[in-house]
Design a protein around this ligand. Sequence first.
Ligand SMILES: Nc1ncnc2c1ncn2[C@@H]1O[C@H](COP(=O)(O)OP(=O)(O)O)[C@@H](O)[C@H]1O
Ligand SMILES: [Mg+2]
Length: 353
Amino acid sequence: MTEPAAPTAGDEVTNPSLESEGELAFEGALRPRSLTEFVGQQKVRGQLQLLLTAATMQNRTPDHILLAGPPGLGKTTLAMIIAYEGDRPLRMASGPAIQHAGDLAAVLSSLVPGEVLFIDEIHRMARSAEEMLYLAMEDFRIDIMVGKGAGATSVPLDLAPFTLVGATTRSGMLPNPLRDRFGFTANLEFYAENELELVLKRAAALIGLPIGQRALAEIAGRCRGTPRIANRLLRRVRDYALVHGGDADLTAVHAALELYDVDEIGLDRLDREVMRIVLTRFGGGPVGLNTLAVSVGEESETIEAVVEPFLVRIGFLTRTPRGRVATPAAWRHFGLSSSGGLTSQGGLPLDDL
Ligand SMILES: Nc1ncnc2c1ncn2[C@@H]1O[C@H](COP(=O)(O)OP(=O)(O)O)[C@@H](O)[C@H]1O
Ligand SMILES: [Mg+2]
């Protein structure tokens, strides 16, 4: 076993799932409030628009919706938009907080007709609650157990019709009966750079930061395809310009991102550490998820839900049945050859990354 790697300042900036109090307020101010304001995810937007409009026309609650994808891509934002667009009340809940069926029963029984119930990280809900949810989703009804032991009886309780919006970073963890009960699953994708530029432009306007196109493009290229990280880097660039009394220009972007350990393609310390381990300790793989997680001192869930999707998306890592394997592109990026040693193009020794 190796010692867990010490966290560095860089992690906070690029960890897409870390949400501090200050950040939550900042994000709240930047969240788009309608589907038209929501940048990118064109396909999902079109699908949602159709589903919501049809429901409105027929004067019924929209089907249950599952939002799946890595952290920071807009799941919570979309859940809120689903409520706003239909002018419906919104109730926010989270999977880890639902430890017993009773926790869920309390929420479900207090819903008002047409309410949107958002359950974040729905894959982490307790099993017993999950089973209660099946019936609730299908028939707007739950069975409540009254009494204990042999004298226990179940009392049916009708619920107000509602729309469940579930969010998950790991749709593979959802049991099939639950997944099947959603009328629609939206798989959110990482954003393209031109979309991220739009996200950044909009955010810069909202926080009143004058910033040029080149600086925006540079941030867009380094935020791991993730709006949350884009907005966070923008804040750091703003801080940098403020403290140094200059403009939020390309120089400020370079300096701020270097300070926070984000490289030219958006890899952060943990990404580089994962690649370093795969390449140097396991000769490029295959290496199993758990072994990899232990080697970098992280939860395997973090590696699987946060780090890996991006490394797969940029073509550095592939998932095979035998484990994770580094691609030739990864060897090249880190200036290594698979036989060990540096390639003739040089590149940085991994220890310095
Ligand atoms: N499509 C988008 N357009 C504009 N901003 C977005 C978009 N998606 C996400 N954001 C911004 O990114 C931040 C994180 O989004 P959020 O919905 O909380 O992600 P998730 O719930 O998937 O982790 C929010 O502040 C939001 O303003
Ligand atoms: Mg969220």
